[in-house]
Design a protein around this ligand. Sequence first.
Ligand SMILES: [Mn+2]
Length: 352
Amino acid sequence: MLSDLTRERYEVFAKLVRRKAQSGRWLVLTHDNPDPDSIASAAGLAKVLRRSFRRQVRVAYGGIIGRAENQELVKVLGVHISHIRHLDVKKYKHYALVDTQPGTGNNALDGIIPDLVFDHHPVRSATRKVPFSDIRTDYGATATMIAEYISASGWELTKKEATAFLYAVRSETQDFGREFSPHDRTLFDELLPKADLRALARIQTPVLPLSYYQTLHEALEKLESVGSLVISHLGAIPNPDIVPEIADLLLRMRGMTWSLCTGVLNDRIYLSLRTTNSRADAGRLMRRILGRRGRGGGHGMMAGGWIEWPGSRSGSAEGLQRYLAQRLATILKKKPERITPIAMKSSPTPTR
Ligand SMILES: [Mn+2]
């Protein structure tokens, strides 16, 4: 379905793209460690720029495409997505950000003001300098917005694209268990009959590396809680996006309304915060926990971020991880000194 808003915004977007010289190459960038929403959105925007405006476009990301699900998604979609370190960013003439904004600290477009921004996270002050931005915080997924733009451009989604966009919306909203809008729901209904369900199953249940189970094991061994807040601090992690995955898993624990997972990679401590409280502002809370040394943000019920941890010079990572959890507990009016380990029994007591 195509909303009136998208119809209007598409005209403004089209005018801007047409004004730009045809010769200049475009760089469409996801957020770092891209999730399905970001990957599908980038591929979709690239399609519109190529097909409707005959532009030369490269899709790129920073960080790591870590989750096996997301690697499989890239394969199924058949999108050519480059790592930013293999590109000379300055060689591009035009830039677009999807599922992220300038100044968030979670994309590789450092110091460059993009021409286009599409996102569903709360608007950042730096985005006001962007010539064209479409920020819709009521949308559950950026991919839903991009699908509407594709539709406004007169193109249809291929079977592969339908599969990828369907997965993006499902994973971003946790199968509609998290914030979503009627637009996301409408897109879901439209895509389901078009999608390749076998390919979707391959994305959703991919083959997993041993490191996944090792990290999961560690996460369970290190469980802590205070009241309805469950916490797990990981040591070295194989990729940043295992952190939100574990935060999601922990939030499902009976009796819990908040979850925090942290992990260490390349001089950074990554954090993910989740809540079942639909009136919460997890993004703001995340920024409060991190203070000036870190960057982060998010939506109402989910947030992520990182804080600089320059190796052993600043004490143990675990010390900082514990400190961050204590800050969170304090803000949530739970007693930080009461954070205690949850013991995992090696064999559970049978219940009769
Ligand atoms: Mn998103």
